[in-house]
Design a protein around this ligand. Structure first.
Ligand code: PLP
Length: 231
């Protein structure tokens, strides 16, 4: 079995190749290591291999890791799970980024609860591309309104859009799912110049996402191996 360091190196090469194939600058796509359910030892191995940005989905699990790894320079934490309103204070206090903002109420709470000394929380608006009622995220039509609101909040910095489309094996279909989101993101950038992040692409579809313009891929399985089911 390949080590985490080897997996990181392989995925980085795949990212570079996908960017090059799309005629994009190679250093334009960030790698977020999705470390949910992984032990601290796995995060340390990734960190030693140069990985700095980590994504976590579960608040309690993440707070333990953030505390244990607090002394590592440059380590950056993204909250990428569904946000419950009773968890916003902990999220706003301990994370650098929150990717799944999809409601005004949650945005307001995160902004109000962000400790001022930490500077604004970097946020992405989550968009539901698959029109499944059960999934988080606003519709494409609702994105502009939520962005307009977030841009007025002093505790938040609006950095981009994020989506988790329904799984699909065909690369052309994957690209077609991502495309309307990428188009909308480019339009919004003229209004919000700080919106430099398009967070799309996971282990199974990151190359298609990069072809459509992704600037941040969120990868778990391809770095750390299959996750055990959560107890
Ligand atoms: C778990 C998760 C990922 C990573 O998925 P893999 O398929 O393991 O790469 C990415 N984004 C979000 C929001 C996730 O919850």
């Amino acid at each position: 079995m390949a080590s985490i360091a080897e997996n990181i190196s392989t995925v980085r090469t795949q990212i570079t190749n996908a960017a090059r194939a799309a005629g994009r600058p190679e250093n334009n796509v960030r790698l977020l290591a999705v470390s949910k359910t992984q032990p601290v030892s796995a995060l340390l191995e990734a960190y030693a291999a140069g990985q700095r940005e980590f994504g976590e989905n579960y608040v309690q699990e993440a707070l333990g890791k953030i505390a244990e790894l607090a002394s590592l320079p440059e380590i950056t934490w993204h909250f990428i799970g569904p946000i419950q309103s009773n968890k916003t204070a902990e999220i706003a206090s301990h994370f650098d980024w929150v990717q799944g903002v999809d409601r005004i109420k949650i945005a307001n709470r995160l902004s109000a609860q962000r400790p001022p000394e930490r500077g604004p929380l970097q946020v992405c608006v989550q968009v539901n591309l698959s029109h499944e009622d059960s999934k988080s995220g606003v519709t494409l039509e609702e994105v502009a309104g939520l962005c307009e609101h977030i841009a007025t909040l002093p505790g938040l910095c609006l950095r981009g859009l994020m989506a988790i489309p329904a799984p699909c094996a065909d690369p052309q279909e994957q690209r077609a799912l991502f495309r309307p989101l990428a188009t909308l993101w480019r339009e919004l950038q003229s209004r919000y110049p700080q919106m430099d992040t398009l967070s799309i692409g996971m282990s199974a579809d990151f190359e298609a996402a990069i072809a459509e313009g992704s600037t941040l891929v969120r990868i778990g399985t391809a770095l750390f191996g299959a996750r055990a089911p959560r107890a």
